[in-house]
Ligand binder design. Sequence first.
Ligand code: NDP
Length: 330
Amino acid sequence: MYTPPEDRYTKIPYRRCGKSGLKLPAISLGLWHNFGNITPISIGQQILRTAFDNGITHFDLANNYGPPYGEAERNFGIHMDNDWHSHRDELVISTKAGYDMWPGPYGNFGSRKYLMASLDQSLKRMHLDYVDIFYHHRPDPETPIEETMQALHDIVKSGKALYVGISNYSAEQAETAIKTLKGMGTHMLIHQPNYSMFNRTLEKGLCNVLENEGVGCIAFGPLAGGILAGRYLNGVPEDSRAGHDPRYLKPDNITEQKLSKVRSLNTLAELRGQTLAQMALAWTLRNGYVTSALIGASKPQQVIENAQALKNLEFTAAELAEIENILSEE
Ligand code: NDP
C-alpha cells in the first residue's frame, strides 16, 4: 500500500500552462527510458513514487516508449493498478502518437485513422478511461494539417483526452496547427520541443509563437540525455543510457568538445551551489519560455536531485554570460 507524504505539494512550484486553467509541476517525469522490459518493474515503481512524493504530478508517455513499443504504457498500467488509481485526479498523464507503432500504412504519422486507433490502444494498455494530454508526436509532411487537428479536436470532444498538444513541430508548423485547431474551437494546450543548453531551436521563433498563442511549453531532454548531468565526465558508465541503450545516445555523440563544455559548466554549477544537472534544469526554466522541464531518470535519487534544482532558478547576468561563453567555445 503506497501512501505519499502529505506535504508533497509544498515541495516544488506549479506553473500555468500557457493561457489555460492547467498548472504543471516545473519538473515533469518522462517514461521514454527505464519503463520497458529491460528495467525491473520495481525500479519504475520507485521512480514514479519518488517523483510524486516530491510533488511531480505529471507523467509523460507515448505509444512507442519501451522497449518494445507499448511496453512503457503496459507497465504503467500495472503501476496504475498498484499505486495510482486512487490518485488519478491528482495526476496529469500524457501520451502521444506520431512515430512508427505498428506495421502498415495506418500505424505511423498523422492520419485520423492512426491517431484514433493509437489512443484507444494506449488507454487499454495504461488501464485508463482518458489521458489528460494527447499529443501529435511529430509533424506529418503528407497528411493535411486540417485532418490531424480535426482528429485532436474530436478526441477532446470524445472525452478520451482532456487537452491536446503537439511535439517536434517547427515554429511555422506550430503556428499553423495552433490556428487550425483554434478555428475548430479547441485550444492547443502545449508544445513539447527538445530544449537544453545544447539545443536552442526553441529560441529561434517557436517561443514567440507559443507566447503569442497562449500555448504552454514542456521541454524534453533538458539534460541532453544525461550529458548535461555530467554522466559521462569520466567515461561511459555501464549503467548509463549510452552504456546500455546506445541506440538513443550514441557514445560517438559524446564528443570531447561537448565534454569540455560540460567540465566548464560543472565548475560554474559548483560556484552556484548546485550540481550540474540542477543548473542545467534551472537554466531551462530561467526565463519563462518553458512551463515544465521534462526529465528522464534511471534512479530515484536522480529525481530527488533534479527536483532540488527548483530551489534556485535565478541567474545573475554574469552567470548567463559565462554560460553563453562556454557554449560558444569551439
Ligand atoms: P533528459 O535529458 O532529462 O535525460 C535523462 C537521463 O539523464 C536519465 O535517464 C539519466 O540517464 C540522466 N540523469 C537524469 N538526472 C540525472 C542526475 N541527477 N544525475 C546524473 N544523471 C542524470 O531527458 P530524456 O532524454 O530522458 O527525455 C525525458 C523525457 O522527454 C522522456 O522520458 C520523454 O517523456 C520525453 N521525450 C520526448 C520526445 C519527443 O519526441 N516528444 C523525445 C525524447 C524524450 P542514465 O540512464 O544514464 O542514468
